[in-house]
Ligand binder design. Structure first.
Ligand SMILES: NC(=O)C1=CN([C@@H]2O[C@H](COP(=O)(O)OP(=O)(O)OC[C@H]3O[C@@H](n4cnc5c(N)ncnc54)[C@H](OP(=O)(O)O)[C@@H]3O)[C@@H](O)[C@H]2O)[C@@H](O)CC1
Ligand SMILES: Nc1ncnc2c1ncn2[C@@H]1O[C@H](COP(=O)(O)OP(=O)(O)O)[C@@H](O)[C@H]1O
Ligand SMILES: [K+]
Length: 517
């Protein structure tokens, strides 16, 4: 699914109005009725006070439409116009008049003395600012947002939590209305998926308002939200005559005394995702451990406690390097020599990333389309500090273009960056915040490349399945008891799930950001 920026969304609104021969008013009516229905389905006519706060633009227009339908269905509604500007859009005015025709005169808020009393048990509909927000809310509008936040009332944000920008960072945290739930139009918004915005929204879902898909595709959006449908297009089925030689040979390089587990997990993951053969190259001290733990794998050893020589004989298809490797001086030297000789596709993780961050000139030896899988701290060592999450993405895009490599920024929403293209993952949950889960991801991606997936597709599919294991598992394991080994236990379920009927919201983008709130 595409993620559109604010400009693209406005263009898509206009193109849809033209291509479908509808009016802007009817598009607004349609979008807002879907929001009304969402609430109506849940409230079933309950007599809870609902405060609808409307701006003076089209987000406010949506609020007016929702207020009208709620009133017509007998709800206990109070509607307000937050009068932060004299400009009013035509769609706002039309719907303002329609509401008045019902006998409901919205209360105009011109200052703090006009703020209504809002109680914790009430409901707020936030239709103050949407896609048109260009600068921080100020004056009494900012105060109103702060007042609503202070009540801790449940707020249903229309399209955006008011005060949250679509394509840039919030620099004054106190100007965003914290949303209990967001009904956002047509596509997820990048801002919802960034860690810096985690406090502004609890849950969100996309409301499909029927914008022109052909037009949207013609914009060639560079940001994607990866859902099951996208994954199904990448997934390769096996052929009847496939033998293990067809399914690639993964070589996992890493481990050091006390950290043999990391390379074991990565190697198990490469096997479990279907790599035909898996070899491990690690320090001698890990030999018996991996031979016992993973009888399917072949093993070659380096010197005693840390990797030093990198003189393995294995003829692999792809190499995953870094888990548990350490950054001992001998290892750094050996890794440098290895990089200078290596021609095979690489998945580079953990300490191998730290070595690259320390000696940036080595990055030039990575084959084109190598995959780096840093967590945010490792990324910072690699690309330097960023001002905010948009800056982080831009800096990573620059890095990816400069070095022609793919960067997997691991996080609650892992983002895969291939030059200017961004692929944001939709699966996973905090159960994955456990030691070794990154090592498993390295093995999964390596094992997929072995099976002839293009590196980008291997990263997208690997990250999706890795997250999906945790989504399936938590029903049985809860968050706490889930460990990195469980990722492997549930990998089969994650793969099989791709072929299950879509009975849930799997292809409707939606999510719970912060479950306990
Ligand atoms: N047919 C359609 O197009 C559909 C549109 N839809 C709905 O329209 C929404 C977008 O509406 P919108 O473009 O009118 O902008 P909106 O978010 O209401 O902001 C209002 C105005 O506020 C202004 N402004 C900005 N920042 C400010 C600030 N800090 N303090 C004060 N003023 C500020 C800014 O004007 P400016 O002053 O910058 O010129 C802006 O124009 C979208 O989110 C969705 O809900 C749906 O109905 C589907 C169909
Ligand atoms: N809260 C979360 N929600 C979803 N995924 C998460 C969360 N926390 C961690 N993960 C995932 O778990 C993995 C952790 O990787 P990493 O930090 O390298 O762990 P380790 O070094 O222990 O192997 C990443 O794939 C990351 O995306
Ligand atoms: K809003």
């Amino acid at each position: 699914m595409y993620i559109l920026n604010s400009k693209q969304l406005k263009e898509a609104d206009n193109a849809t109005i033209k291509s479908k021969g509808i009016t802007s008013i009817s598009l607004m009516e349609h979008a807002s009725i879907l929001c009304f229905q969402w609430l109506h389905q849940r409230l079933q006519g309950q007599n809870i006070p609902i405060h609808v706060f409307c701006g003076i633009g089209n987000n406010g227009g949506d609020g007016l439409v929702i207020a009208r339908h709620l009133l017509q269905h007998g709800y206990h509604v109070k509607c307000y116009v937050v009068n932060f500007s004299d400009k009013r859009t035509d769609e706002f005015l039309t719907n303002y008049n329609r509401l008045k025709e019902l006998g409901e005169w919205p209360q105009i808020i011109n200052g703090e003395s006009d703020f209504p009393r809002v109680d914790f048990e009430d409901i707020v509909i936030d239709a103050i600012f949407g896609n048109g927000l260009t600068r921080n809310p100020k004056g009494f509008t900012k105060k109103l947002i702060q007042y609503i936040n202070s009540t801790k009332v449940f707020s249903l944000a229309i399209d955006f939590p008011s005060g949250l920008f679509s394509d840039k960072s919030v620099n004054d945290k106190s100007t965003v209305l914290k949303a209990g739930h967001v009904l956002t139009f047509q596509t997820p918004k990048l801002a919802f998926l960034l860690p810096e915005n985690k406090d502004y929204l609890n849950t969100w879902e996309v409301i499909d308002i029927g914008l022109d898909q052909e037009f949207i595709a013609s914009l060639q959006p560079n940001i994607h939200y990866i859902l099951k449908d996208d994954i199904l297009q990448l997934y390769k089925t096996r052929n009847k005559w496939d033998h293990k030689g067809d399914l690639g040979h993964s070589l996992l390089i890493g481990g050091s005394f006390g950290k043999i587990g990391a390379i074991s997990l990565a190697s198990k993951a490469a096997l479990k995702i279907g790599s035909g053969l898996v070899s491990i190259y690690l320090p001698k001290c890990g030999y018996s451990i991996v031979q016992t733990a993973i009888p399917e794998a072949m093993v070659e050893v380096d010197s005693d406690q840390v990797l030093t020589y990198f003189n393995f004989k294995t003829k692999a298809t792809v190499i995953g390097v870094g888990p548990g490797m350490g950054t001992a001086e001998k290892t750094v030297k050996g890794f440098e020599n290895f990089l200078k000789e290596n021609q095979l596709p690489l998945v580079v993780d953990a300490d191998a990333i730290n070595i690259l961050a320390d000696q940036k000139e080595l990055i030039n030896f990575l084959p084109k389309n190598s995959i780096l899988t840093p967590h945010p701290k490792e990324l910072e060592r690699l690309i330097g500090v960023w001002e905010n999450d948009f800056d982080k993405l831009n800096k990573t895009i620059e890095f990816s273009i400069k070095h022609q490599i793919i960067v997997v920024i691991k996080d609650a929403h892992t983002v895969i960056i291939d030059k200017e293209n961004l692929y944001v993952n939709s699966t996973g949950n905090p159960a994955l915040a456990t030691a070794g889960s990154g090592d498993v991801l390295t093995g999964i991606i390596t094992g997929l490349i072995a099976q002839k997936y293009e590196p980008l597709n291997a990263a997208i599919l690997g990250v999706y399945l890795h997250g999906k294991t945790a989504d399936i598992a938590i029903e049985e394991t809860g968050y706490e008891t889930f460990t990195a080994s469980n990722i492997l236990d549930y990998l089969a379920d994650a793969i099989l799930d791709l072929f299950k009927e879509n009975h849930t919201e799997e292809n409707n983008a939606s999510e719970t950001v912060n479950e306990e709130k």
